[in-house]
Design a protein around this ligand. Sequence first.
Ligand SMILES: C[S@@+](CC[C@H](N)C(=O)[O-])C[C@H]1O[C@@H](n2cnc3c(N)ncnc32)[C@H](O)[C@@H]1O
Length: 274
Amino acid sequence: MEDDREPAAERGLSGVDLSRPSIARVYDYLLGGKDNFTADRAVGDKIKSALPEVHLGVRAQRQVLRRAIRHLVGEAGIRQLVDIGSGLPTAGNVHEVAREIAPETRVVYVDNDPIVLAHARALLAGSVGVSVLDSDLLDPGRLLGDPVLRAEIDFDRPIGLLLCGIVHYVSDEEDPAGIIARLVAALPSGSHVFLHHLVEAGTPGEKAAEAAMRQGMGRGFFRTPEQVGSFLAGLDLIEPGLVRVPDWRPDGSEDSAEEHPVLRLAVAAVGRKP
Ligand SMILES: C[S@@+](CC[C@H](N)C(=O)[O-])C[C@H]1O[C@@H](n2cnc3c(N)ncnc32)[C@H](O)[C@@H]1O
């Protein structure tokens, strides 16, 4: 297939290997975005052929992220968010949703994908109280010590930590529970953690989709809801607990997991640090 995008070098992104699919760009493709290349679309097409309704799954992921932000900012009163694995800018970015409720909300976006970082920096240039950090979830020590994070976020006031659609890219060997525990330990009491994670549900196509992710991006781990729940150990889960994505504080705009099995493939929860 012809690539309709300019070469990355022309866009100031020399050094990015576009023949290697990226998690962020495959997700962008599944969301119907334009920031993706041939290699990303090839992986996305394999996922689509395994799960023809995957577009509903990624849409539900964006929707639950919005509901979680509205809860954190609107109900829990949190005014600072750290979004790890923020992804390519798309409709309803975290700072936009938060600032509709509380314009003073500070947001730090964290990602390790150079194209995500370039787009986010371009979009956010000049936005006061919104920062973009090049850091890696797999190295929480470096992230927590980052001078930009420390300057932007007050670790004496509750923080909203967003882990939406990222922890299922961390392998068991990389110790997702330990990484999250390390981050949570640094948060003050009253902080909230939002987690969205892919799960096994015994639905048609899910094994093939997981295989396409692993083969294409080297990562993608569907876990059991119990394993995902264990990542939030020590936090008080707010109602309704860890549930399928459409069931987490629905606002009436969700598709039904009964009608669309793809929506059984992810769970969401918010835990509050006591
Ligand atoms: C599927 S996207 C999710 C985007 C957004 N959070 C959402 O739910 O709509 C996952 C993002 O996590 C980023 N990511 C994956 N592994 C990461 C890591 N170890 N450290 C930082 N970012 C990572 C990818 O680059 C990508 O932008």
